[in-house]
Design a protein around this ligand. Structure first.
Ligand SMILES: C=C(O[C@H]1C=CC=C(C(=O)O)[C@@H]1O)C(=O)O
Length: 378
C-alpha cells in the first residue's frame, strides 16, 4: 500500500487469520495476535463489500514501511502482442436502465417511512488478455498519481487457475487509527477532469456548487459521524467539505478527525462500525444493499470493501477498495460505481463510471474499448 508520502509493504504469507464476517473482525484479529507469537505484529488484507461474507486477512512474512518514494512510477510496458478484449458487464445501456429503475424506486419510496434516498450502483469491465496481467507493473503505473493510495493484496484462492489479487488506486480513507486519534476522509460527488485547464476548472466549479452532489456527499458525512460518535469524545470536520482531486477525477471530500474515548478501541472495530458507508452502498444501508443485489446482477466480491492493515496495538489504516480490479492470470475485472440520488441523470452517471475507469485503464495503456492509448500506440 503506498501513496505519495508513505508505504506499508508486507511480503510473503506467513499465516492466515481465521476467516469470518465483519462483525467478528476485531475479535478474530485480537485472537490471532494472542495465539500467534512469531512474525511481524501486523495483519493485512481485504474486507468484502457484503458485511456477511468472509474477509481475507493474513500475516506477511516480512513487513516494512517507507516514505512512499521507493520506486518512481514508470509506465508499464505491455508487449506488443498483448491486447485486451473488453466486455462491459452490464453493457452501458443496461447500466443506464438500472440507474433509471433505481431512480424510480427512490421516487416511489419518498412517501414511506425510512425512504430509499441513495444507492451506489456499479458496473464492471471484464478484460481478457493474451498474457498474464502484471500486477507489479500496474501498481507502478498507478503510483504515477501521488494523490491516491495504491494497493495490491492477495484474495482467497477461487476457481481461477491463478491466485487472484485485488489491485487499485483508491482516493478514499475509510478509517485510520493511531493511539487515541481517528481519521476518516469520505468522498462522494464526482466530476471528470479535463486536460484543458479552463474545462477542468469549470468541471470543478460545477461540482462544488451542485446541490445534487452536495446532498449525495452529506449522506456519507452524516453516516460517518453517526458511526464514529459513540467511540469519540471529540469528532469534527475541521476543513468542512472541500474539493479533492486525483489525476482523473474531482470529488467532494470531508476529512473527519476524532479523539477516542478509549484509546484501546481497535481500528478493526471502527472499520466494522463504518463499512459500508453510503459512499459505496447507500441509505438506508440494508435497503440499498438489497437494491444493489437486485439491479447490479453480479457479486461485488472485494470491490467497494476495504483494504488495509491492523497491528497488535489496534492501530491501522483501511481504505475503501474502489478504483480497483480483480486480477487472476489473464483475466481482470475492473469496477466503478456512482451514487444515485433523486436528481441523478442515467446518462450522466454512466459517464461518471466511465471517468472512474480511466485511472486503471490508463495505467494499463488502453481505453474502455481495449484500444491502445495514443501515446502508447506509437
Ligand atoms: C463507488 C465509487 O466511488 C465512490 C467514491 C467517490 C465518489 C463517488 C460518487 O461520486 O459516486 C462514489 O461514492 C467508485 O469509484 O467505484
Amino acid at each position: 500500500m503506498r501513496d505519495g508520502k508513505r508505504s506499508v509493504v508486507g511480503q510473503g504469507l506467513r499465516a492466515e487469520v481465521e476467516r469470518g464476517a465483519i462483525g467478528s473482525f476485531a475479535g478474530r484479529v485480537g485472537a490471532f495476535f494472542a495465539a500467534n507469537q512469531g512474525g511481524p505484529r501486523i495483519v493485512m488484507g481485504a474486507l468484502p463489500f457484503d458485511r456477511s461474507e468472509p474477509d481475507y486477512l493474513f500475516q506477511p512474512e516480512t513487513f516494512r514501511t517507507g516514505d512512499g518514494r521507493e520506486s518512481e512510477g514508470q509506465p508499464i510496458s505491455l508487449p506488443d502482442a498483448v491486447r485486451c478484449a473488453i466486455t462491459p458487464a452490464p453493457a452501458p445501456s443496461a447500466y443506464r436502465d438500472a440507474v433509471a429503475a433505481c431512480l424510480e424506486m427512490i421516487a416511489v419510496s419518498a412517501g414511506e417511512a425510512g425512504p430509499l434516498t441513495k444507492v451506489v450502483l456499479s458496473r464492471s469491465l471484464e478484460l481478457s488478455s493474451t498474457h498474464d496481467f502484471d500486477a507489479t507493473g500496474l501498481l507502478r503505473a498507478l503510483a504515477r498519481d501521488p494523490s491516491v493510495t495504491v494497493f495490491s493484496t492477495l484474495l482467497p484462492a477461487g476457481a481461477d487457475a491463478a491466485r487472484p489479487l485485488l489491485v487499485g488506486a483508491t482516493p478514499e480513507l475509510l478509517v485510520s487509527k493511531k493511539g487515541g486519534e481517528v481519521v476518516s476522509h469520505p468522498l462522494a460527488g464526482s466530476a471528470r477532469r479535463y486536460a484543458d485547464p479552463a474545462a477542468d476548472r469549470d468541471s470543478a466549479a460545477t461540482l462544488e456548487t451542485s446541490e445534487k452532489d452536495r446532498r449525495e456527499h452529506q449522506a456519507v458525512v452524516d453516516a460517518v459521524f453517526d458511526a464514529l460518535s459513540p467511540y469519540c469524545s471529540e469528532l469534527e470536520a475541521p476543513e468542512g467539505t472541500t474539493l479533492r482531486s486525483t489525476a482523473s477525477m474531482w470529488h467532494l471530500g470531508t476529512r473527519i478527525v476524532g479523539k477516542l474515548k478509549d484509546t484501546e478501541t481497535p481500528v478493526a472495530e471502527l472499520a466494522g462500525a463504518l463499512h459500508p458507508t453510503p459512499a459505496v452502498c447507500g441509505l438506508p444501508r440494508e435497503r440499498a444493499a438489497g437494491v444493489i443485489g437486485q439491479l447490479e446482477g453480479y457479486d461485488r466480491g472485494f470491490y467497494a470493501g476495504a483494504v488495509g492493515w491492523a497491528d497488535e496495538k489496534g492501530d491501522g489504516e483501511w481504505y475503501v477498495s474502489i478504483r480497483s480490479a480483480r486480477l487472476a492470470g489473464r483475466r481482470a475485472t475492473l469496477y466503478a460505481g456512482a451514487g444515485i440520488v433523486a436528481g441523478s441523470d442515467p446518462v450522466g452517471e454512466t459517464d461518471e463510471t466511465s471517468a472512474k475507469f480511466v485511472a486503471l485503464l490508463s495505467a494499463l495503456g488502453i481505453d474502455e474499448h481495449g484500444r491502445p492509448l495514443r501515446e502508447r500506440a506509437a
